[in-house]
Ligand binder design. Structure first.
Ligand code: 1YM
Length: 638
């Protein structure tokens, strides 16, 4: 055996190093990406091992600490890792766990961790991608320690002090040579830990954040598991349940298990979040398909049975999902993940499992809870009627030509170019501002559509109302691309849709109403980056012929200083309508001078949540709506 750095390299260690080196050479293969999301995966991998120990019944508490020095530590009070030499690797088990890819009972076979995608690659990958990793294992009356740098042992496995504690402690410093960023975000970690606490009922997870000015500590522990998750999601979105109980069903077949929690609320949208082996499946998959089929069948069957639905009536999937919050969690061996992002479950056996347990047990639930069953059925029937009404309203609107781009709204001042790439449509609050915008525009590529009054709040209205709404129809007509199921982007008439409203609370309200409409019914326009917010100035500061436009109080004060005027002379705009065409052009419309904020869909679900909070019935959560409004505005286009 050769000795180097006090470390003996035998054949097996050389294999180890080659293994971990492979992880460093192709980190993407093991953690998906080396961006911020990959960085956070390191934490999840370690925490997953503690959660497994908790699920095995040996661990009560897991503590994750974001340390001041940028490292992260995870501590559990489980059994600790076996303290001896690994029987086949002939190395300390503690070393094996951090050095052999997919080693050990948990990392090779058995359990659910051998999922496809990113999950369960384990502690050795975290070690390989860390600048340094330290582990302290408490078991059998002693403390044992080991430390690595970039996967190589730097402090050998050794027995330390006596202790009657048990459990494993791991602290790691992510390697800046590997990751684009090595700064953990407490928000990201918090959401994940909370989610894991919901998915693993009764497991107590504490997050300590030492990185801020003040140390914070939060605990997540939910005896109700995914039932509590449903309640939490409803609260987050500020929707009100329409029946008292969260419905819970679970079942298993062979080694696969599935559980579902669901509850209906008074909103018109659904929030279905699904997981496979505790990984969120954003794109759904077989478990979601099975669930959707099952609730459609169970509700229709119940409606037929009670006579509420005639033979000819049938609720479709969309009807029975209106206002539904549901969490679906399945655990299975050999999970297959599909799609680019590996966020879609592909195993067909899971579809059958979820479908059969949900349809059977939901039917049972309906029998035993006729009051709730009636409420749910009625919600579906109302949704179906609204769908019918919407279809009629759309057909009527179509017949009148109101939705075709061939019939443009009377109030539209169109532009000359037909080139979508270069054209812009300004939606302008108020007629007088519309007039200024019309005169201040470059009519070659800029079109103006003045909006009269408040836009319909689509969060509180179904499609039938939209198809007959005087504030929205002109927008649909001008854009030309249709809405909802009829949406066809190839018919879009303008490359940029620019919302231009006053920089006050009313203006913000109009912006949010328009964004809600676009988000719900022309989402792709936001996704593809076609939607912008104009930024009119708040102040004009002038002295003689010298004029400055200020977009904030600070800027105003700076201009007052610069021009040497006293505050009285700095006039504040009360609205867009107060600007003449030249001023409006100069400050807000001319591509050479204006500032536009592009509306992005950073996180569609978060966006959805905010829209629900802002536009739902509850007043309280709306208070901070201006703050929330600023969230959409992230890209600058100057
Ligand atoms: C902070 C991270 O990894 N805890 C942890 C890991 C293990 C055990 C307990 C454990 C598992 C088993 C038996 C078993 C692991 N052990 C192994 C291996 N926390 C953290 N807590 N005894 C203890 O699965 O049979 C791999 S992980 F391989 F040694 F069994």
């Amino acid at each position: 055996m050769e000795k180097e750095n006090n470390v003996a390299y035998g054949d097996s260690q050389i294999q180890v190093l080659e293994g971990l080196e492979a992880v460093r050479v192709r980190p993407g293969m093991y953690i998906g990406t080396t961006s911020e999301s990959g960085l956070h995966h390191l934490i999840y991998e370690i925490v997953d091992n503690s959660i497994d120990e908790a699920l095995a019944g040996y661990c009560d508490n897991i503590t994750v600490t974001l340390e001041k020095d940028g490292s992260c530590s995870v501590r559990d009070d489980g059994r600790g890792v076996p303290s001896g030499i690994h029987p086949t690797q002939n190395l300390p088990t503690l070393e094996v766990i951090f050095t052999i890819l997919h080693a050990g009972g948990k990392f090779g076979g058995g359990g659910y961790q051998i999922a496809g995608g990113l999950h369960g690659v384990g502690a050795s990958v975290v070690n390989a991608l860390s600048k340094r990793l330290e582990a302290t294992n408490c078991r059998d009356g002693y403390e044992y320690t080991i430390a690595f740098e970039q996967g190589k042992i730097v402090e050998e496995f050794k027995q330390g002090n006596k202790t009657d504690k048990h459990g494993l402690y791991v602290r790691f410093w992510p390697d800046p040579e590997i990751f684009e960023t090595v700064v953990f975000k407490a928000d990201v970690v918090r959401n994940r830990l909370r989610e894991q606490a919901f998915l693993n009922a009764g497991v107590s997870i504490t997050l300590i954040d030492e990185t801020g000015e003040e140390r914070t500590e939060e605990n997540f522990c939910y005896e109700g598991g995914i039932k509590s998750y449903v309640e939490f999601d409803n609260n987050q979105r500020a929707v009100d349940p329409i029946h008292p109980e969260v419905i819970f069903v679970s079942g298993s077949r062979g080694t696969s298990v599935a559980e579902v929690a669901m509850q209906y609320n008074d909103s018109f949208t659904d929030s279905i979040i699904s997981f496979a082996n505790n990984m969120k499946t954003i794109e759904g998959g077989t478990h979601e398909t099975g669930f959707k089929a099952a609730i459609t069948k169970a509700i229709n069957d119940y409606g037929k049975k009670t006579g509420a639905l005639k033979d000819a009536d049938k609720l479709d999937g969309k009807d029975v999902r209106e206002g539904l919050t549901a969490i679906i969690s399945v655990k299975l061996e050999n999970a297959q993940f599909e799609s680019q992002t590996k966020a879609k479950l592909g195993n067909s056996s899971i579809r059958t499992l979820v479908e059969s347990i949900v349809s059977e047990k939901l039917s049972e639930f309906f029998e035993e809870n006729p009051k709730t069953a009636k409420i749910i059925l009625e919600k579906g029937i109302t949704a179906a009627r609204a769908r019918e009404a919407a279809k009629k309203a759309r057909d009527t609107a179509r017949r009148k030509g109101a939705l075709e781009s061939t019939s443009l709204p009377g109030k539209l001042w169109d532009c000359h170019t037909k080139n979508v790439e270069e054209s812009e449509l300004f939606l302008v609050e108020g007629n007088s501002a519309g007039g200024s915008a019309k005169d201040g525009r470059d009519s070659y590529f800029q079109a103006i559509l003045p909006l009269r009054g408040k836009v319909l709040n689509v969060e509180k209205s179904r499609l039938d109302k939209i198809y007959s709404n005087p504030s929205l129809i002109p927008i649909i007509q001008a854009l030309g691309c249709g809405i909802g199921d009829d949406f066809d982007k190839s018919k879009l008439r303008y490359g940029k849709l620019i919302l231009m409203a006053d920089a006050d609370v009313d203006g913000s309200h109009i912006r949010i109403l328009l964004l809600t409409f676009l988000f719900r019914h022309m989402r792709q326009l936001i996704e593809d980056g076609h939607v912008y917010l104009a930024q009119p100035p708040l102040y004009k500061v002038f002295k003689g012929k010298q004029v400055r436009y200020a977009f904030s109080d600070e800027e105003r004060d700076a201009y007052i200083q610069e021009l040497g005027v006293n505050g009285v002379e700095a006039s504040r705009y009360k609205g867009l309508g107060e600007m003449n065409p030249e001023q409006l052009s100069e400050t807000t419309m001319d591509p050479e001078k204006r500032v536009l904020l592009r509306v992005t869909m950073e996180d569609a679900r978060e966006c959805d949540r905010i829209f629900s909070v802002l536009m739902g019935d509850k007043v309280e959560p709306r208070r901070e709506f201006i703050e929330a409004n600023a969230r959409y505005a992230t890209d600058l286009d100057i």
